[in-house]
Design a protein around this ligand. Structure first.
Ligand code: AMP
Ligand code: MG
Length: 332
């Protein structure tokens, strides 16, 4: 892998200043970062990821002050959310000003911004005099990366340098909240900060948009985050499927070791046995979130063909885990 992966922040800063993209560790997932004010640099992100231009990017900044250089009309709620969660896995969608290229926002008059909570990302952002546009560093539609190696495996030949900040502490993308003039704050995407944590700061929040398909959050596609193996909810597992030909390599992804109720088939007594994996053996939702994407990648790396998963409990962070599982399993 040569010198492609490392911790040289100066090197990364130099590449970014010369208009090149760089792999960026954050607490959520790894990003593919480029100068967020330079349309040429940004277009390379779309090209490398094969990302459609209708899917806007998040601008990463070093401070609230820097976020305010690119946005306007901050509501009280927006200020409260930034004060409570930044640096951290909360993205605010705010009215943008002219400095932000249309390529970042897919032509929208609003821009998504956040301050990532990762020492290397912050050090890098502080060295630069521009914000970083950075979507997740995976080919569009595939599982998001949570280690530098994940980025290298798929984009290594297209990215000059990947900063290594270790495995992501959160493992799930940021929660996105739109705070726009004359509108109630709205949740556009479930993520690492739970709805409950947000309502503790600004009171009840409109989350109707997360319930179904969502035209106003362009990236909220029904099918996303998908591994190559066939992924299906465990409640759909039938006895016939357990008898798939031996060329099929089957696994079950359980939320925890707690015995699940109401399953159609007795997964403990299959012959032949199906391999079992756990998002968190003792049912810790934070750990489950942190593990989810790397486990989905591992199924592909180990050449599993069929994986049945158990839903997380539908509360707190479990809702964001289930959101990703639902999209990962959606039909292409
Ligand atoms: P990614 O960085 O790959 O997690 O994708 C960022 C996501 O942020 C997009 O897919 C959108 O869902 C969302 N987003 C970014 N900018 C906007 C915006 N201006 N309005 C609404 N949603 C946005
Ligand atoms: Mg993504």
């Amino acid at each position: 892998m040569g010198g492609k992966i490392g911790t040289d922040v100066e090197l990364a800063a130099g590449l970014l200043r010369s208009g090149k993209p760089v792999g960026l560790p954050t607490e959520t997932v790894y990003g593919l970062a480029a100068n967020g004010l330079d349309p040429n640099a940004i277009s390379q992100i779309f090209e490398i990821k094969n990302r459609p231009f209708f899917d806007p990017l998040i601008l990463h900044v070093a401070s609230i002050q820097q976020a305010m250089e690119f946005t306007h009309s901050w509501s009280e709620e927006a200020k409260q959310l930034a004060a409570a969660f930044w640096p951290g896995p909360l993205t605010l969608v705010l009215p943008k000003n002219n400095l932000v290229p249309d390529l970042v926002t897919s032509g929208n008059p609003t821009v998504a911004v956040r301050i990532p909570n990762h020492s290397i990302a912050l050090e890098l952002l502080q060295q630069l005099d521009f914000p970083l546009a950075a979507p997740s560093a995976n080919p569009f539609g595939y599982v998001s990366p949570t280690t530098a190696m994940h980025v290298f495996d798929q984009l290594g030949d297209k990215v000059p340098y990947i900063l290594d900040g270790g495995p992501c502490m959160r493992g799930l993308e940021s929660t996105i909240v739109a705070c726009l003039p004359n509108q109630q704050p709205k949740i556009l995407r479930l993520g690492s900060i739970s709805v409950h944590e947000i309502s503790m700061v600004i009171g009840e929040i409109d989350e109707s948009l997360t319930q179904n398909s969502n035209p106003s959050a362009p990236g909220q596609l029904d099918q996303h985050y998908s591994p190559y193996c066939k992924l299906e909810a465990l409640e759909n597992l039938t006895f016939a499927q357990t008898q798939l030909p031996t060329t099929a390599k089957k696994a079950i992804l359980l939320f925890s070791k707690t015995k699940i109720q109401n399953q159609l088939v007795d997964i403990d007594n299959f012959t032949p046995k199906i391999d079992k994996f756990y998002l968190s053996e003792n049912g810790d939702t934070n750990q489950a979130a942190q593990q989810l994407f790397s486990m989905l990648r591992q199924f592909d790396a180990l050449k599993y063909t069929h994986v049945w998963f158990e839903w997380a409990p539908e509360t707190g962070l479990g809702r964001a885990i289930n959101d990703r599982l639902r999209r990962a399993a959606a039909k292409r």
